[in-house]
Design a protein around this ligand. Structure first.
Ligand SMILES: NC(=O)c1ccc[n+]([C@@H]2O[C@H](COP(=O)([O-])OP(=O)(O)OC[C@H]3O[C@@H](n4cnc5c(N)ncnc54)[C@H](O)[C@@H]3O)[C@@H](O)[C@H]2O)c1
Ligand SMILES: O=C(O)C(=O)C[C@@H](O)[C@H](O)[C@H](O)COP(=O)(O)O
Ligand SMILES: [Zn+2]
Length: 373
């Protein structure tokens, strides 16, 4: 059995520095098989509840449950239907009640095994169950490995909009087993890549260039490239979160493409997945940033070419009316005294945040994506 020291040596390790709430992200192939041994060595409670969705339960959940039991750990598995439609309060209440029925007390630990939906739901559950129990994130989509398992944003959607109820609640550990991506549908890999493109756009021309040069290797699940991209993404997120855990300033850059993206997601009734909606949102913001004289047109061209190469959408879908999008944007949850703050681009690797965005210009940028060549 491997100890934490072995795990750190054998896999990539990224530290999220948050004082007493600091934690490690371990990245590499085969990590799920090591979680049980690590928990036996360094327990966080006296029993473990794997929370997952029904798809991941079939692919990975039963194996993980067995591996944990083999280490002598007390473990239960709770699942809910896969997809964004499950990301609501009813699911959280149902899971909490099932934990009560199992007799889970305050020394129980939640293991969030799945994509971003599971991570957000299970993280939220852990943050409020008996006023808070430890949570470990076991991300199984690329999106969850590069983004949602890190940083402590948890929550659910309301009929009124995306992520409207939630908490900041940091996980105690993150184990990103890149081998788990083997069963992930290619479309979901692409959705994860949208958040990686985001990191390139806000903070790292190098990561952006890596995607341009080697994006295909990620879609082909080349292990070293995937591990490198996950680690680079996690380092960027860890650095931003360490500097501004509660999104008072710098962390807002992680919302690049999201203000419009969340509106597109909601307007599609969540049929468009989060990563795809963020891709469309980034294309809209790039157009707007060029129109406002902030972003070099050549960088917009590179962004659009990269989205195309990765098979991500960059046009607001025809079924979504511009007026509907603007209405949703007026009620963005991060509006400050009625003014929506947009994360604009000053070129690849640089952002500017401003509430000074003219609605007609925004509508023009939305429509421009529809007719873009
Ligand atoms: N908290 C954050 O910081 C943060 C960041 C980004 C996104 N998010 C949220 O994450 C969600 C999107 O996450 P997502 O893209 O991972 O979607 P998801 O969780 O819905 O997963 C996508 C699909 O892949 C399946 N799946 C997961 N792992 C699999 C595997 N290894 N093999 C086969 N199938 C697998 C799931 O069952 C699901 O059907 C959104 O709700 C978004 O708002 C949160
Ligand atoms: O961690 C963050 O901060 C992010 O904004 C990451 C985003 O990719 C993610 O989609 C997040 O859930 C958005 O949060 P919200 O507060 O804008 O709803
Ligand atoms: Zn996101």
């Amino acid at each position: 059995m491997k100890t934490m020291g072995d795990l750190s040596a054998a896999w990539e390790r990224v530290r999220v520095e948050l004082g007493a709430a600091s934690y490690d992200i371990l990245i590499g192939p085969g990590l799920l098989a090591e979680v049980g041994g690590d928990l036996r060595e360094r327990p966080l409670g006296h029993r473990y509840v794997v929370v997952t969705d029904e798809t991941v339960a079939d692919y990975l959940g039963a194996d993980l449950e067995r591996l944990l039991r083999d280490e002598g750990l007390r473990v239960d598995l709770l699942s809910f239907p896969a997809g964004e439609a499950s990301k609501h309060m009813g699911t959280v209440v149902d899971l909490a009640r099932r934990m009560v029925a199992l007799g889970c007390d305050r020394r129980s630990v939640v293991l969030a095994l799945g994509g971003g939906v599971v991570g957000d739901v299970a993280g939220f559950l852990a943050s409020i169950y008996m006023r808070g129990v430890p949570c470990i994130q076991l991300p199984t989509t690329l999106l969850a490995q590069v983004d949602s398992s890190v940083g402590g944003k948890t929550g659910v959607d309301l009929p009124e909009g995306k992520n409207l109820v939630g908490t900041f609640y940091q996980p105690r550990r993150v184990y990103a087993d890149i081998g788990a991506l083997a069963s992930l549908p290619p479309a979901e890999l692409r959705n994860g890549l949208a958040e990686v493109v985001k990191y390139g756009m806000i903070r790292s021309p190098e990561l952006f260039a890596l995607l341009e040069a080697r994006g295909r290797e990620i879609l082909d699940l080349e292990p070293e490239t995937v591990a490198e991209v996950v680690a680079r993404s996690c380092r960027i997120k860890a650095e931003v979160v360490a500097a501004d855990e509660r999104e008072g300033g710098l962390r807002r850059i992680l919302n690049f493409g999201h203000t419009v993206g969340h509106a597109v997601e909601a307007a599609s009734d969540y049929r468009l997945p989060h990563g795809s909606a963020v891709a469309v949102g980034m294309a809209v913001i790039a157009r707007l940033s060029v129109e406002m004289g902030l972003m070099p047109p050549a960088d917009e061209a590179r962004l659009l070419a990269l989205l195309d190469a990765l098979g991500l959408p960059r046009r607001v879908p025809d079924g979504i009316e511009t007026g509907h999008l603007l209405e949703l944007l007026r009620h963005d949850k991060k509006a400050d005294a009625g003014r929506v703050h947009f994360v604009l681009s000053e070129g690849i690797g640089a952002t500017r945040i401003t509430p000074e965005v003219d609605e007609a210009a925004l509508a023009g940028a939305v429509d421009a994506t529809r007719s873009a060549p």
